[in-house]
Write a new protein. Structure first.
Length: 247
């Protein structure tokens, strides 16, 4: 719900232009009342769809393997796994890829389905900053673990390179990683969500005929896929940089 101008300049409420996070069910959490919001509901739907799809593809793949024939589903599974394997191995190598390929695969599926859920009338969970921030923090912990494990004391020395005066900047750079990753994903997805809501809420019905399909293709599918790829690419790149000592 947003305010829009009328012919005489006074604002009116546009009911259809709704891109806010709504609260639904109050829940008592250790004495504090929290609410089930749009983000929670949409996240549950996205996770359920991913689980159902993966179980279906797993069944189809093993069935095709037992019968000794290729099906569309099994071919898609093999193509997806091969693409994911090459994507991770190009940055981490075969030795390092086996430790991170499962995480990158789940990360890719989850972000992509969240970003494209707007096609089906859902509010993308990644348009709520809490979701990208949590994903970025998980990735950041993984990056820091790789840095500590493979670089050990060199991790501390790197903070003072190339000169000791760079120590504050290096510290800021280290802790800004989850912020930059989360804000990039959040900003792009929220921007598309807001623009689509404004389009549906502020334009007359005859302008909406056919045009929303093209906009959804760009904001949800194209932009959503690009932001998924960027987030996953940054993840493997940061981890690969920390693993240079063992490569």
């Amino acid at each position: 719900m947003v305010l829009g101008p009328t012919a005489i300049g006074t604002p009116v409420i546009l009911e259809d232009a709704d891109f806010y996070i709504h609260e639904f069910y109050p829940v008592d959490f250790f004495g504090t009342t929290v609410h089930i919001t749009t983000t929670h509901i949409c996240t549950i739907i996205v996770v359920a769809v991913i689980m159902i799809l993966t179980l279906f593809l797993r069944h189809a793949f093993f069935k095709a393997e037992r019968e000794g024939r290729m099906t569309t589903a099994s071919t898609l599974v093999e193509m997806g796994v091969d693409a994911l394997t090459h994507f991770v191995e190009d940055s981490l190598g075969k030795k390092g890829a086996k430790h991170y390929i499962n995480y990158i695969g789940v990360l890719f599926l989850y972000i992509f389905f969240c970003n494209t859920s707007g096609i089906f009338g859902l509010r993308p969970p990644t348009a709520d900053y809490g979701t990208p921030l949590c994903l970025a923090l998980i990735t950041w912990v993984m990056i820091m673990y790789a840095d500590i494990r493979y670089n050990k004391l060199d991790m501390v020395k790197d903070l003072f390179r190339p000169f000791p005066l760079f120590f504050p900047m290096n510290v800021i750079s280290m802790f800004s990683t989850p912020l930059s990753m989360s804000l990039r994903l959040f900003g792009n997805v929220l921007g598309g969500t807001v623009l689509m809501a404004l389009f549906y809420g502020m334009l007359p019905w005859f302008v909406k005929l056919g045009i929303p399909a093209a906009l959804h293709v760009y904001f949800d599918i194209f932009s959503g896929a690009i932001q998924t790829y960027v987030f996953c690419m940054l993840t493997v790149t940061f981890v690969a940089n920390k693993r240079e000592a063992v490569e």
